[in-house]
Design a protein around this ligand. Structure first.
Ligand code: F6R
Length: 366
């Protein structure tokens, strides 16, 4: 059942070329710049008229929501707020019938996310569910939605569900953009064609596994680890840190790289591995200065870079290459080596990666 892999988590990491393809199947007609989302049709106008969108979710799904915020604001030009479901529901939030609430949940059963949905629904909002488990509670509570179709995820640490959530949000953002006219059709066509290449690009990211294992063996005894990213890759840093802490029990934090100088840089010394997402995108020059700041304090840099990068190679202790892609798609690719890194560190530390202590696959308590 683990398909020859030692753990479900590793199997699910390697399944991502297929799970992403399944998430896109039948939904993309790149040449015509058309996105087919059956589950939205009746409510499409709501999205076109929406003054704002609120995303509610927990944990890894919340990180996907943060990527979604970048994508929807950038392409569909609708303001987006991303909320922890648990904070949203207990705050007496201001919400009404013109709002759209997107609930993201792998299991579709997370108690806090369900309660947030129920509250928003009562206030008259339109609920759009992005879930993986077909027929689960959140899709049943939602007015409209889309399944991520990543297939069953058994490992407690979410991997393929996250990349499928980001894929689904990319499709949704482009769908709204197309119907709103906020992005030229030619640009939508290009982005869709690039999105269709991601399964192959993920396959190539997975080839870095032996190198990632080597890096894992170098940093596995650390007690702390920082993850830095900027822009659309800031949520990837958060996700990298969450994955490491939940399965290896190493204390890890994700930060927007520019925030380092406002406090966390005090933590840096030669004992501190710092994983930086430093792909060639709009933040590239800035992130190089952030890497230099860490290096000047003797931190150990592990950089996720764009294939062929020669500048960061000279500054970083280790580099892991990912293929060049549209900036909007880098979160999907940059996540892959971070998943592998956490996995191998946890295995080397003798941890139970599929069943980490104190965690359950779906959190049905509040
Ligand atoms: C982390 C993880 C959790 C879940 C969170 C929400 O790897 O799996 O943080 O993402 O409990 O679960 P869902 O997406 O099922 O609502």
């Amino acid at each position: 059942e683990k398909g020859g892999y030692e753990h479900f988590m590793l199997k699910e990491i390697h399944e991502q070329p297929r799970s992403i393809a399944n998430c896109m199947r039948g939904r993309i007609h790149a040449e015509e710049a058309r996105i087919n989302l059956g589950g939205i049709s009746e409510y499409a106008n709501k999205f076109l008229q929406a003054q704002r969108i609120i995303i509610v979710s927990c944990g890894t799904s919340w990180h996907a929501g943060l990527v979604g915020e970048y994508l929807i604001e950038e392409y569909a030009r609708i303001p987006v707020e991303v909320e922890y479901a648990s904070e949203f529901r207990y705050r007496n939030p201001i919400i009404g019938k013109d709002d759209i609430v997107i609930a993201i949940s792998q299991s579709g059963e997370t108690a806090d996310t369900m309660a947030a949905v129920e509250l928003a629904k009562k206030a008259g909002a339109t609920i759009f569910g992005i879930c993986n488990v077909v027929g689960s509670s959140i899709p049943r509570l939602s007015h409209a939605g889309m399944y991520t179709h990543a297939g069953p995820e058994i490992g407690v640490a979410s991997t393929k569900a996250f990349t499928a959530q980001v894929t689904a949000l990319s499709l949704l953002a482009l769908y709204i953009a197309k119907h709103k006219g906020s992005l030229p059709s030619s640009r939508i066509a290009t982005l869709l064609a690039e999105l269709q290449k991601t399964p192959d690009l993920i396959t190539s990211c997975l080839k870095s596994e032996p190198l990632v294992q080597l890096i894992a063996s170098e940093i596995k005894d650390s007690t702390n680890c920082l993850f830095l990213g900027r822009g659309i890759n800031f949520p990837v840093a958060l996700e990298g840190a969450l994955k490491l802490k939940e399965i290896s029990y190493i204390h890890a934090e994700g930060y927007p790289a520019a925030e380092m100088k406002h406090g966390p840089i005090a933590l840096i010394d030669e004992q501190m591995p710092v994983v930086v997402i430093a792909t060639k995108d709009s933040s590239y020059e800035k992130i190089i200065s952030n890497i230099q700041e860490v290096k000047a304090r003797k931190g150990k840099i592990i950089a996720i870079v764009t294939e062929g990068d020669t500048v960061i190679r000279d500054i970083a202790d280790y580099i892991i290459e990912i293929p060049f892609c549209e900036e909007a798609l880098t979160p999907i690719l940059a996540t892959i080596p971070l998943q592998l890194l956490s996995y191998h560190i946890a295995v080397m530390r003798g941890c139970n990666v599929d069943q980490p202590r104190n965690l359950a696959k779906s959190v049905t308590v509040e």
